[in-house]
Design a protein around this ligand. Structure first.
Ligand code: NIG
Ligand code: FE
Length: 417
């Protein structure tokens, strides 16, 4: 199967020499090709370049499908490196509680929040969980996402955590997007362990992690290392146990306070530390020259009205920054990466170029797939989208609330969305 995209107004995020991620000043650098062609063979990007080169190398009859992309831009699909999109039901009642003055932490303390989702998940059949998650995934595909990390964490007992991971595996095997799975048994403290967190941490270490590993159900391990949830000490114990099974950490860190999550992530070579609303100079300093991707979740900060992560300071300090949706029922009930891009520009004062790097190559790195996805490069998987007619890259984050994604291609195949 050979597919030609021709007359592309601008081919965005092109890499002749692929990198793993972009940091500091490089975040504002974005290579594009104007008036471009792109050739997809089977599921791979085979070639691209200016239209003027196309006729010299390829004959018209070489192609099975030709798509005219006049006045349209072509982007690599978004990679969304942080979601909790397998969940039993939305939590719009808590949304109203927050409007009336309760905080996210207060709702959690009263047994709402994550514990509420865990209780419901226990009584929800696998098929229902799978189908509702797939619906969310198709909604995300329509808005340009082509790779998704999904966490467990609404089980909070061995049986339900394993069940969640098996559902994520089922999604991995059947969804057209690339899926990575993360075990998040330490997402919240179950009611019965409220006065004995150590016993729950023991359960995660002695029962859950060995089973997750023996059935090869997770690519990564996560812990909600924050005020009122798991301490640095709990987190370290869990990470040490997980590392023995080769599970690399991706941590929830510094959402609710300066609680040492970032330092713990760096110490255990986490692939990413995520949230980062509370960042001091020490947190920024320690992330420099590490393999840990600082990941900001603008949807959660927007939805919960939290203070904003100091993204400009992080970039000025030379750090990379990734932006993900955090799609979940409590703090970010949306997986729309176009909206995340708009929030990146509007709330965090990121340039459109920086936002594109933060939502493609840097998030691909944060899920361990930047060798295969996250940019337009020869030999990478052909996951991309064609926009509707638009003037240039600024127009997409500018048009917040619109969906300018017109055509989606995943694994080299045009999707009917
Ligand atoms: O990333 N902060 C921890 N976990 C999720 C929220 C999960 C929920 O509220 O259901 C987050 O925001
Ligand atoms: Fe999260």
């Amino acid at each position: 199967m050979k597919l030609l995209l021709e007359n592309i107004k601008e081919l965005v995020q092109v890499e002749e020499n692929p990198v793993q991620f972009k940091s500091g000043k490089q975040m504002a650098e974005l290579i594009t090709v104007k008036d471009a062609f792109l050739i997809i063979r089977d599921e791979m990007i085979q070639d691209f370049g200016p239209m003027s080169n196309l006729k010299d190398v390829y004959k018209d009859d070489d192609f099975l499908i030709e798509i005219d992309c006049s006045n349209r831009l072509v982007y690599p699909s978004y990679c969304d490196s942080h979601t909790h999109l397998v969940f039993p039901a939305p939590r719009e009642k808590e949304f109203v509680d927050r409007i009336q003055g309760l905080s996210y932490e207060e709702i959690a303390r009263r047994g709402g929040g994550i514990l509420n989702s865990a209780k419901l998940l226990h009584n929800t059949p696998d098929e229902k969980l799978y189908h509702s998650a797939m619906e969310r995934i198709f909604e995300m595909i329509k808005t340009g996402t082509g790779a998704i990390e999904i966490k467990s964490g609404y089980g909070l007992n061995t049986e339900d955590e394993i069940r969640m991971l098996k559902i994520i595996k089922w999604i991995k095997e059947t969804a057209p997007v690339c899926v990575r799975s993360t075990f998040l048994g330490a997402h919240a403290i179950p009611e019965q362990y409220k006065n004995n967190v150590t016993a729950y941490v023991d359960l995660v270490i002695n029962e859950m992690i060995p089973q997750v590993a023996s059935e090869d159900l997770a690519d990564f391990i996560d812990v909600f290392c924050d005020k009122g949830f798991f301490s640095v000490e709990d987190t370290e114990r869990i990470l040490i146990a997980a590392l023995k099974y080769g599970l690399r950490p991706k941590l929830h860190a510094n959402e609710l306070g300066l609680t040492g999550g970032v330092q713990t992530g760096v110490k255990y070579n986490a692939l990413s530390v995520d949230h980062l609303e509370h960042m001091g100079p020490g947190e920024i300093e320690i992330l420099k020259n590490t393999e840990t991707m600082p990941t900001v979740l603008p949807g959660a900060a927007f939805f919960l009205g939290m203070k904003l992560s100091p993204v400009r300071q992080m970039i000025e300090a030379g750090l990379p920054v990734a932006l993900s949706s955090d799609y979940n029922p409590g703090s970010s009930p949306s997986g729309n990466m176009n909206f995340i891009s708009s929030l990146g520009c509007i709330n965090y004062k990121m340039l459109p170029e920086e936002v594109i790097n933060a939502t493609t190559i840097n998030t691909a790195y944060a899920m361990g797939i930047s060798d295969r996805l996250g940019s337009i490069a020869r030999g990478k998987i052909a996951n991309l989208f064609i926009t509707s007619e638009m003037p240039g890259i600024e127009y997409l984050p500018y048009s917040f609330g619109s969906n300018l994604v017109e055509t989606v291609i995943l694994n080299g195949e045009v999707q009917s969305v």
